[in-house]
Design a protein around this ligand. Sequence first.
Ligand code: BES
Ligand code: MN
Ligand code: ZN
Length: 481
Amino acid sequence: MVTVRPYKFDQDALVVFLTMEQVKARELPVKDARLSAEFQKLLEAGVFEAAPGTQFPALLGRKIVLFVGLGKAKDLSLSGLRLAVRRALLSAPLSRTETVELILPEDNRENVEAAIEGALIGTYAWKKYVTRKKDDRTVEHKKIFIAGKDQPGYAATAKVAANVNFARALVNENADVTDAVYLEKVMKDIASGHKNVKLEILGRKELAAKGFGLLLAVNQGSNKKPRVLIASYTGAPGEAFTAVIGKGLTYDTGGLNLKPTGHMETMRCDMSGAATVLSLLKTVLELGIRKNIIFACGVAENAISANAYKPGDVLTSFSGKTVEVGNTDAEGRLVLADVISYVIQQYKPARLIDLATLTGAVSVALGNDYSGLVSNDDALAGALLKSAALSDDRIWRLPSYPELREAIKSKIADLRNTSSWRGAGGTITGAEFLRQFVGDTPWAHLDIAGTAFVEGDGRMYFGHGATGAGVRLLTHYFINN
Ligand code: BES
Ligand code: MN
Ligand code: ZN
């Protein structure tokens, strides 16, 4: 829990974030004789210059005071502040304290919002199955007070951050728990009581009757039920709709083109797009965002069995286009293609954004801090790039151009789900497959395969596991466009 309220010096611990300039000027952001005296001692000892990444703990009576260095003001980014907040709250001196007060170098909106995110997003960790809870420093176990003037909007920032964590928990949970039926219930629970949300849930029977040949083929080897989950939200009656569509592969073994050891272990993350879409639905309802939005998830499991679809199969999509299966591990584009065609046909959105852990190639191209953006519309792409920069939910645009169509030709079908470029351009050729199903609809594809899930200790201010990629970005986009 994070609260913004005036400085009080009343919690178990106090964290003082300082720039090098503030240390040089011997200036604290708050006026407090007790704290100043302690700060003075620190300066006299010459042990703290506020170099970036440094922390210096002190005891003031029974209160823990942690001085945190932010480096030079001109080099400090909001992302750096988020990370400093994460590190401070997870630091050893604060491991036992339940209540913490934070003093930022300056009380302004940008800093406070970054600190709220640093606290909530930065300390999130998936601990459900850790039975030894003693040393749990996650956000659920701390009350955090940011010293400053409370302002309208901070509560929303905290809600969005909590919903980033909501998406993360959906991803981090075992794949056999968060299956299609579970995600259906999540959507129903979120929408329940909202008269301006209409649900359309398609199960195996409906999907077969309507001809979702690609999605059903992907799910064919699984004993899980497939689902297409659609929530249409009218927050601005009469205006055009934007559709957001999430890839919801609750597990991706690769299918008969089975993933090798080392590539399958994190594949619970393959429903991250769907988790983000569900989190966005929750966020849009909680914030009462006045937009018309279609939230859709294509949910399936890519498993192996005697029933599994096969490399070389030719499938017929909802759109009528036929697809040769070059590789059963390129399943996300199959699922998405059917959902994209259906949403366009049934809901006629003015623009469409899809989120998908689509290609491993996106991390080869961009690393793990930027999601890939591929779009057929400069205005939509531009708006998303702007929201990404302002929300720190980062994206980078990759090209889309007509000649790419060549790469996904098939001799025996209209299209193939793999490209003839072999290793090259995996992200843009994957996106090109999707583009064949969007027609003239302005479209943006967010490949979050590199950003949605952190292996190892963490990156930026995210710990291990799911990151909720896309939640802050699209919340910002919906609020501002
Ligand atoms: N779900 C994977 C992509 C992925 C890789 C997500 C790593 C997260 C981390 C996707 O379904 C996949 O397997 N893509 C293949 C496509 C290839 C067979 C054309 C890939 O990236 O190798
Ligand atoms: Mn795959
Ligand atoms: Zn996949």
